[in-house]
Design a protein around this ligand. Structure first.
Ligand code: FES
Ligand SMILES: [Fe+2]
Length: 342
């Protein structure tokens, strides 16, 4: 079960053109394309006659013609032509249409009741237009696991000590106490680690020498967006509520999980930093490092999905799971409320 009245990332805007592109999102088969004016369209990818995917048909200006017997649908999903029986369009000939919007270089799709879709509720990316911030191109990975295993991972600052040895691991990432905060939009698991060298990934990026105070801020927002904030500040200047100083380095990794179905997820991300806005080389290095780390996560998460799905003995929880469990609990409440089960 998914939260449907929500915006999910359908893909990178640049990856969609006028071709009919089949996608599976939350288990729904959807065809996505752009109109002649460039605006995106998302329709149910199944002709109501014999359920041939419309993506196997062809574009006719802004309409889509089924490749089997020519039923033709406009961008709202209404049938506008039935060429085998002129003048007699069947009254039930229609497909579902999904609200879809370009924002932040991404395409966002609303998977629930279309009358509730408000683009103003798309997840806000702070500083997106701030010229002092630099961003990476980002990427996409398919991971053969349920999206909630990725959500757990993105509320778990400890796994870096074992999974990301060459990038995000560092003294204290294994055993320093974690703080859990429930917010309006989800859950934050965070901790400060004091007076340590930066982790390998950040060693060449922070703008000062010597020891750092480091914040690991792992935040999940309903239903499936994670914001992973790393702060490095000269030792002695960090801590809860401490104001940033001149040299404080901030990098935010935005992560968007879109369930394909119960067993597969599509994972999109980009990073946004408060330094070197125009430095392509830094962006490329950061992007390559992030992709490598996410590949490390993928290997673990696919095996966790399999292991948990087919477990032969009971599993246990650890203290580090508390944030993830809290997030799952509240997400399930939202889903129950939406489906009328609560
Ligand atoms: S299957 Fe589409 S018109 Fe027949
Ligand atoms: Fe990770």
């Amino acid at each position: 079960m998914y939260l449907r009245n929500a915006w999910y990332v359908a893909g990178w805007s640049k990856d969609f053109g006028q071709d009919l592109k089949p996608e599976k999102i939350l288990g729904d088969n959807i065809v996505i394309f752009r109109k002649q004016d460039g605006s995106p369209v998302a329709l149910e990818d199944a002709c109501p006659h014999r359920k041939l995917p419309l993506s196997k048909g062809r574009r006719k200006r802004d309409a889509v013609e089924c490749g089997y017997h020519g039923l033709t649908f406009d961008c709202s999903g209404m049938c506008v032509a039935a060429p085998t029986q002129p003048g007699k369009i069947p009254v039930r000939a229609m497909v579902r249409s999904y609200p879809i919007v370009d924002r932040y270089r991404l395409l966002w799709i609303w998977m629930g009741n279309p009358t509730l879709a408000d683009p103003d509720t798309i997840f806000p990316i702070e500083n997106f237009d701030n010229p002092d911030w630099g961003y990476t191109d980002g990427g996409v990975l398919d991971i053969d696991c349920n999206y909630l295993w990725i959500a757990d991972n993105l509320l778990d600052p400890s796994h870096v000590a074992w999974v990301h040895l060459t990038s995000f691991a560092g003294a204290g990432t294994d055993d320093q106490p974690l703080e859990i905060t429930r917010t309006d939009r989800g859950v934050i698991v965070s901790r400060w680690i004091y007076g340590q060298p930066p982790s390998p990934y950040y060693a060449g990026l922070v703008k000062f020498e010597g020891a750092c105070d480091r914040l690991q801020h792992y935040e999940m927002c309903f239903p499936a967006i994670a914001l992973n904030k790393s702060v490095y500040t000269p030792a002695g200047t960090g801590g809860p509520g401490a104001a940033p100083v001149d040299k404080t380095y901030v990098n935010i990794s935005y992560n968007f999980m879109t369930p394909i179905d119960e067993d597969r997820s599509r994972y999109f991300w980009f990073q946004h930093r408060n330094t070197d806005p125009q430095d392509k080389a830094i962006s490329e290095k950061m992007n390559a490092g992030a992709r490598m780390a996410f590949e490390e996560d993928r290997e673990v998460l696919v095996a966790v999905h399999e292991g948990m799905k087919h477990k032969q003995t009971p599993n246990i929880d650890l203290g580090l799971d508390a944030g993830a469990k809290l997030f799952r609990l509240h997400l399930q409440r939202l889903i129950d409320r939406e489906t009328g089960a609560a």
